[in-house]
Design a binder for this molecule. Structure first.
Ligand SMILES: Cc1cc2nc3c(=O)[nH]c(=O)nc-3n(C[C@H](O)[C@H](O)[C@H](O)COP(=O)(O)OP(=O)(O)OC[C@H]3O[C@@H](n4cnc5c(N)ncnc54)[C@H](O)[C@@H]3O)c2cc1C
Length: 289
């Protein structure tokens, strides 16, 4: 385990806003989980960060932050001519997993291309895109809890839009078992490329961001359309602004501050509430304690 005191949290979230933490713990293997027991005895449970692509840290964060950084090889558990079951560390990058899927001809996550998540973060957020969803392909997770390490099957979990409730909030997903279909690797490559190009067209990828800020409401148009109608495209505070390409993305144009992002988020929520009569729900996690 490696402890970083007073970490610069801009290094641990994709939007890279200026923010300072108190303690950050990097866990390098399952044995390091013993240190978690002490952290979980505190009033405030530690916050687990994956790739930090869905998190905005407040300017100062007092809560302990934990990141798992072990990187083991992907393990094939079983396979037949149609499908393969693999076990993957939660810290594995989705991008690296996709690369292997392309090579091996494993199908099931092609539409998740371009999501800069760790696998644990993707499972925890039930990440999805273009009709693909990580929740459709994982079958079992191994989770560290203060009462020991548990295996949780998908049937035991409540999966919703951008939410995976395995009844063990704040506990650490260690690894994930996935079932992928076997296909011609060329087909997997073509499908992945198709979605990648679509994503590049729709999403602003040239500046640091935290993905979509708000969830799409279930009963009306997308959050991006609503923000666009409210005139938020390009609205800026300091070095943080709503993208002109996709209004639901906040971008860091250089030296963005967490305060400015929070200001813009609140302003957008207030305006939508005034015009449409409902509050846009946050997709991004604002970590303030
Ligand atoms: C450019 C861009 C494009 C994006 N596009 C999409 C998209 O198309 N679809 C989509 O769904 N999302 C998208 N996102 C958002 C984001 O990538 C996803 O929500 C992703 O699943 C977050 O993964 P992460 O590893 O970064 O998790 P983090 O942001 O680090 O954490 C997110 C949540 O997961 C929890 N968590 C992380 N790791 C673990 C673990 N090992 N155990 C337990 N809990 C854990 C955290 O505590 C937190 O609650 C995008 C983001 C960016 C920046």
């Amino acid at each position: 385990m490696r402890k970083i005191s007073n970490p610069d949290l801009s290094q641990f979230s994709s939007i890279r806003l200026l923010s300072q933490g108190e303690n950050l713990y990097l866990l390098e293997g399952i044995n390091d989980c013993k240190y978690l027991e002490e952290l979980y005895k505190k009033d405030k449970k530690p916050f687990i960060v994956g790739n930090g692509t869905n998190v905005i840290f407040y300017p100062f964060v007092k809560r302990d932050i934990v990141r798992l950084v072990r990187h083991r090889e992907i393990k094939i558990l079983k396979e037949n001519k149609n499908e393969v079951y693999i076990q993957v560390d939660s810290s594995y990058h989705l991008k690296s997993l996709l690369r292997i899927c392309l090579k091996e001809g494993w199908s099931g996550i092609e539409g998740l291309v371009g999501i800069p998540a760790s696998l644990g973060g993707a499972v925890s957020m039930n990440a999805g895109s273009f009709g693909y969803c990580i929740g459709d392909v994982w079958t079992k997770i191994t989770v560290w809890t203060p009462n020991g390490i548990l295996e949780i099957k998908k049937e035991e979990v409540n999966l919703e839009y951008r939410k995976c409730d395995f009844g063990q909030r704040h506990y650490l997903i260690l690894d994930v078992v996935m079932c992928l279909k076997k296909k011609d690797s060329l087909k997997v490559k073509e499908e992945t490329q198709k979605w990648y190009l679509k994503k590049k067209q729709n999403q602003p990828l040239s500046y640091p961001s935290a993905g979509c800020i708000f969830k799409n409401p279930s009963f009306t148009k997308s959050a991006g359309q609503i923000l666009d109608e409210c005139g938020f495209k390009g609205v800026r505070k300091g070095d943080v602004c709503f993208s002109t390409k996709h209004a639901n993305f906040l971008l860091n144009l250089g030296k963005g501050r967490a305060e400015d992002a929070i200001y813009l988020i609140k302003k957008a929520q207030e305006e939508v509430l005034k015009r449409y009569g409902f509050l846009l729900d946050l997709e991004v996690i604002l970590l303030n304690l």
